[in-house]
Every structure is written in structure tokens, then in C-alpha cells.
Design a binder for this molecule. Structure first.
Ligand SMILES: [Fe+2]
Ligand SMILES: [Fe+2]
Length: 189
């Protein structure tokens, strides 16, 4: 399995500078959240670095990478292939970088839409991607509130906020995201 240094070299070659920096900030945020919630900071950092590894490849490449990962392609994913960049990223992480840690791969795979019953690292990456310091829509109040929330509450805040954002922009919301929302609604009161 590649070291973070090798991952960064790969990202530098395959991502724009802007997205590379976003990946690094997401990795740092994920590492901190892992420490806060009791998960492996090393896994959080690696998942954060890897998460957008397939974000700048063509739609054709995305479809060809996810064709054999066994999860199928829904109508909305067919219409908006960007929703599949997490799954494509997991395939690249395995093939190009030899990543074999299932928790890390799962986090990369589902970071875009979220999903029901996410493991700890997946939940943390989903949140970290949304709140990393480069995200201007998150204010300091929200960042402070994090310390008072458990991880389910935090994921719920992010799901709610991203659904609201997508609706305001007229974007479609993936089925997995709604399922996650309804699941958390029952758990978080
Ligand atoms: Fe992403
Ligand atoms: Fe991202």
C-alpha cells in the first residue's frame, strides 16, 4: 500500500493545484475529526488525500472505471457522472496505488453522496470534504458547534445543508443522500 508521500506525488500529477490543495486540507480536517471522534487519524488523512483522485478525469473514464465495481449505475448517476467520481476514485486507488484498506476505500467510494450505515472514516470524510477551511460557506459558528455534536448529528447537519444547497441551485440529489437523511432523522433527535 502506498505511503501518503506517494499518494501526494500521484495527485500532483493528476489534479489541478486548486484541487490538490483542497485534498490536503480535507486530509488535515479528516485527521482532526478522527482524533475528536476516536477513529484512526492515519486512515482519515489517507482517505482525505485520496478522495478526489478521480475528480478531473473524463466521464468516459469514470464509466469505464465503475463498470466493474459491482454497484451498478442509477439513472441520476448516468445523467450526472460526477456523482460517480468517488467510486471511480476507489478503483484508481486500488489499481494505481495499491490501497487495500477497505475502510479507506469505502470512504473514498461514498464521499460524494454519502450513504446509509457509513463507517466512522466514511462519515468523517463526508463531513471533512464539506467543512475544510477552504469552504467559504461554512462559518466559524458552525465550526465551533462541531465540538458539541456527536458524529451522527454532524453528518446530519452536513446532509441537511447539502440538500438545501443542491435544491437552491436546481441540482438533483442522489437517492443515497435522501436515504442517509431519512436514516439519520430516526437516529438524531
Ligand atoms: Fe469529491
Ligand atoms: Fe472534495
Amino acid at each position: 500500500m502506498s505511503e501518503n508521500r506517494d499518494i501526494e506525488l500521484y495527485l500532483k500529477k493528476n489534479l489541478s493545484e486548486k484541487r490538490f490543495m483542497h485534498s490536503r486540507r480535507t486530509a488535515e480536517t479528516a485527521e482532526k475529526l478522527c482524533m475528536l471522534y476516536g477513529y484512526s487519524p492515519e486512515k482519515g488523512r489517507t482517505a482525505g488525500l485520496l478522495h478526489d483522485i478521480a475528480r478531473e478525469i473524463s466521464n468516459e473514464e469514470i464509466f469505464s472505471l465503475v463498470a466493474e465495481d459491482g454497484f451498478g449505475i442509477s439513472k441520476i448517476e448516468k445523467d450526472y457522472p460526477v456523482l460517480l467520481h468517488g467510486r471511480a476514485g476507489a478503483v484508481i486507488s486500488i489499481r494505481e496505488l495499491g490501497i487495500n484498506d477497505e475502510e479507506i476505500l469505502e470512504a473514498v467510494r461514498w464521499h460524494t453522496t454519502g450513504r446509509r450505515r457509513m463507517n466512522g472514516i466514511t462519515s468523517i470524510l463526508y463531513v471533512a470534504d464539506y467543512i475544510e477551511p477552504g469552504r467559504m460557506h461554512i462559518d466559524n459558528e458552525f465550526r465551533k458547534k462541531i465540538r458539541e455534536m456527536n458524529l451522527d448529528q454532524l453528518v446530519m447537519e452536513v446532509v441537511r445543508s447539502s440538500i438545501t444547497y443542491c435544491r437552491s441551485k436546481g441540482y438533483s440529489v442522489a437517492e443515497q443522500t435522501f436515504m442517509l437523511y431519512h436514516d439519520l432523522e430516526k437516529k438524531v433527535s
